[in-house]
Each structure stands twice: as structure tokens, then as C-alpha cells.
Design a protein around this ligand. Structure first.
Ligand code: IMP
Length: 432
């Protein structure tokens, strides 16, 4: 590995690990922040000076001064949603300082959204629980070479021609019960949104070139992952996954850099587990305890407001996540949610077909046959929000952290103790 100044942040679980807060802290010292996967299915919430920022497509660097923000090729972009998000940020008195969008990022067009909802409905009780934002159909179109890129919009004739070609094809290939929205409407709304966006400090460029040049100049570049490892299209709990590359390797694919340009990978691990949508979840908790965690951790989708399913920390799943991502260190979030619990459980292994296993089976129907084997730890009562040092944490909270470090053979370098920007214990600055 060569000595560049790059950091990659990815969610280690099923998304919603509280990445926003950690990314926000790290982004304050970054010179460039790059989104490399997903679309507006992701949601990061950051609370700064009493203002709540909800990011879906914009890189978290937009609220930091002097940061170059980049949306790379691997992202699927709904221009209307992006414009809405920009306006939301502006209503909080933040101006976009510099945003570059890849000319090769695929557009999410209105028919992708309609198709996403249409397919989910047809799946009936086998639904995946998608966010309904058109993510799957947009990535499917990319793979089947029917995508329209953001850069295509820069030439009105090319955009029109591509849209007409795709409409001709889709009218023949889509099921007869699915109706495409009027072409003219799609064409006009995309143009209007792009024109509005380009009135800001936004440029559509060749982002792999831009990113590689920044890296070679030793710029501090933060790659911000969306969703989570177990939602990865290749390595997640398929088919209950999203359609992009959510893992550290996704940076190479989504941003166009070679693997040797990644210096460190930071895995964001929530003190417990959550998941939205369907799919296996061995450590899931139900009833009053689940309610307690859901309410205290505000486990409701940033994008859809759906209540999230919650469960104990799962070391079997995390060992797999570490194997796939190669974490250099971990940031543990939302430890404060446990304050007030007498007992905290952690999954150490699974019982599968009568045998004890420590490896994550990955295949969804096998995971749902696994029974978790728990280790029980003692909880604590104290509020953690004002704590700034590891040694000030209640003894049982320290033991919980040390237990995770030992089990995963990884250092925890940051600990989230509340939802505000300052509620954070930094043991080791990842940039150092
Ligand atoms: P899609 O990404 O909308 O296609 O949804 C596919 C699956 O991924 C669903 O179970 C979603 O709930 C889940 N998902 C997508 N993005 C996120 C995220 O940012 N956090 C948590 N779950 C997500």
C-alpha cells in the first residue's frame, strides 16, 4: 500500500449504523468527500448546532467549509430528489460550496420508481421491503445497458434520442399491465431539475480523473459508503439486499480508483443491530425491549420513516463483515442507547442443524434456520452523553467495548454517545 491520504467508511451491518455522525466528524478534517454507491435510499442524519441535516444523496462534506464534494459513477441519481435535498440544506442556511457529479452516474428516472413499486406489489408476501426509490430498476438498467447517464443531459439531442430509444424498447419488453409515464414529461422534468441544480456551484465532470488527481496530490479524501455490508448485492443476504456495492471494494468500482489507493477502512458498527425491510435476522428482539431500543435509538427510517427491526449485536455477522471489508478500525455508535438496561446480550455463534458454527452462512434461507448463541454481559444506568474519555465510561460499558475488540481482534477508535455532533469519544483520530 502506498502512502495516500484516503479513508473509506462503510456500514458493517444492515445499514443505519449511524454513519452520518462519524462521517461528519471525519469529514471536518477531509479535503474531499466522495459518495460512491447507492442513491437516495440511503439516509444520514447529522445534528450540528441544533440543526438537523438529513443527507440522502449529497456527500456529508457539504456542511464543512472548503471541502470538495463528489458524487461518483457508482451512485444512481434522481435529479429531482437531489434538487429537493439541495433546497432543504439551503433552507438551513448552508450553501453548496463545491459539488462535482459524475457524467457517468446513472439517472433514476420516473419509470424506475414506478417499476420498483410495481414489482414489490407483485411480489406480494414475498416482497423485499425496498425503499421504493427506484434503486433496483435503475441499477438493473445499468447492467442491462439501458441506463441514461447524467452526462447525457448535457446534450439535449442525445438525451432525447436515448430516452426515445429506451421507451421504444421498454414499451415492447415491459409487462402489458405496467404503463410508462409520458416521455415528454420525463424529458422536461429532468431538464428543469438539472438547470436548477447547475445554477449552484455544481459541475458535471469526469470524476474518476478528478478523484485520482486529488489522491495523487495527497489530498485527504474520504469515501463515504451508503447502506451496509450485509445489503451488498454480491455479499449481502441476497435477495434481501440493495442493488449496489456497499463494501470497501465498492470504492474501486464506484469511484474508479485502484485498490492500492485505499489507506484505511473504517467499519461503522452500531452497539446493537437493526434492519429495515424483510430478510433473516437471527438476533432480532421483539416486544417491550425492542420498543425501548427502537424509541431510544430513534430507529425509524430516515428515508421511509418505517420502524426498523432491532436486535442484539451479532459477532458472527461482524466477523464476516470484517473478512469482506478488511477493517483497519471500528467506530462504535449509539452506545448510549443501552443506558438503563440490566443485561446486554451479544451473539457469539449460531446453532445450525444441530451444530455450533461461528461462520456466517450468508445464504438467506440458511441464516433463518440459525439459532443464536448468546453471551450475556452486565449493563449500566449512567447517561453517557457528556463523557469525552474512554476511562470515564461506566465500567460495564468499558467491558462491553473491550469484549467486542477482543472478539473481533480490532480496535474501536471512536464511540458514539449521543445524537449531537459533540457526543463522541475519539480514542484515535483515523486521519493520523
Ligand atoms: P432498495 O435499496 O430500495 O432497493 O431496498 C432494498 C433493501 O435494502 C430493503 O430491505 C431496504 O430497506 C434496504 N435498504 C436500502 N438502503 C438502506 C439503508 O440506507 N439503510 C438500511 N436499509 C436500507
Amino acid at each position: 500500500m502506498r502512502d495516500y491520504n484516503t479513508l473509506v467508511i462503510v456500514g458493517a451491518q444492515w445499514g443505519d449504523e449511524g454513519k452520518g455522525k462519524i462521517i461528519d466528524w471525519i469529514a471536518q478534517k477531509a479535503e474531499a468527500v466522495v459518495r460512491f454507491n447507492g442513491g437516495n435510499n440511503a439516509g444520514h442524519t447529522v445534528v450540528v448546532n441544533g440543526k438537523t441535516f438529513k443527507f440522502r444523496l449529497l456527500p456529508s462534506g457539504v456542511i464543512s467549509e472548503n471541502v470538495i464534494n463528489i458524487i461518483a459513477n457508482g451512485v444512481v441519481i434522481n435529479l429531482l430528489a437531489l434538487l429537493e435535498e439541495i433546497k432543504e440544506i439551503e433552507s438551513l442556511e448552508v450553501k453548496i460550496k463545491k459539488l462535482y457529479i459524475s457524467n457517468q452516474a446513472s439517472l433514476i428516472l420516473p419509470y424506475h420508481i414506478l417499476l420498483d413499486k410495481f414489482i414489490e406489489e407483485k411480489r406480494g408476501d414475498k416482497k423485499l421491503g425496498t425503499t421504493g426509490r427506484g434503486i433496483g430498476p435503475a441499477y438493473s438498467d445499468k447492467v442491462s445497458r439501458e441506463s441514461i447517464f447524467v452526462g447525457d443531459l448535457l446534450d439535449k439531442n442525445i438525451f432525447k434520442e436515448k430516452l426515445e430509444d429506451i421507451y421504444r424498447l421498454k414499451e415492447k419488453t415491459l409487462t402489458s399491465s405496467f404503463t410508462l409515464p409520458p416521455l415528454e414529461e420525463v424529458y422536461n422534468s429532468q431538464y428543469k431539475a438539472l438547470e436548477e441544480i447547475l445554477k449552484r456551484n455544481v459541475e458535471i465532470v469526469n470524476t474518476p480523473l478528478l478523484i485520482n488527481n486529488l489522491i495523487l496530490k495527497r489530498t485527504k479524501v474520504l469515501f463515504e459508503g451508503a447502506n451496509g455490508t450485509l445489503l451488498d448485492i454480491n455479499f449481502g443476504t441476497y435477495p434481501y439486499v440493495t442493488s449496489s456495492h456497499t463494501i470497501s471494494g465498492g470504492v474501486c468500482i464506484g469511484a474508479g480508483i485502484s485498490p492500492d489507493k485505499i489507506n484505511k477502512v473504517i467499519g461503522i458498527v452500531k452497539a446493537y443491530t437493526s434492519r429495515v425491510g424483510e430478510g433473516p435476522f437471527p438476533s432480532e428482539i421483539h416486544g417491550e425491549l425492542a420498543e425501548f431500543i427502537r424509541e431510544k435509538g430513534q430507529e425509524y427510517g430516515t428515508v421511509t420513516r418505517r420502524p426498523r427491526r432491532v436486535g442484539w449485536l451479532d459477532l458472527v455477522a461482524l466477523r464476516y463483515s470484517h473478512m469482506i471489508n478488511g477493517f483497519s478500525m471500528i467506530a462504535l455508535t449509539k452506545l448510549d442507547v443501552f443506558s438503563g438496561l440490566e443485561e446486554i446480550k451479544v451473539v457469539k455463534g449460531y446453532r445450525f442443524k444441530g451444530k455450533i458454527i461461528e461462520e456466517f452462512p450468508v445464504i438467506s434461507h440458511q441464516i433463518s434456520q440459525c439459532e443464536p448463541i448468546y453471551e450475556s454481559l452486565s449493563g449500566w444506568k449512567e447517561d453517557l452523553s457528556s463523557i469525552k474519555n474512554f476511562s470515564e465510561l461506566p465500567m460495564n460499558a468499558q467491558k462491553y467495548i473491550e469484549f467486542i475488540e477482543k472478539e473481533l481482534n480490532l480496535k474501536i477508535s471512536m464511540i458514539g454517545t449521543g445524537n449531537k455532533r459533540e457526543d463522541l469519544i475519539v480514542i484515535k483520530d483515523p486521519w493520523e
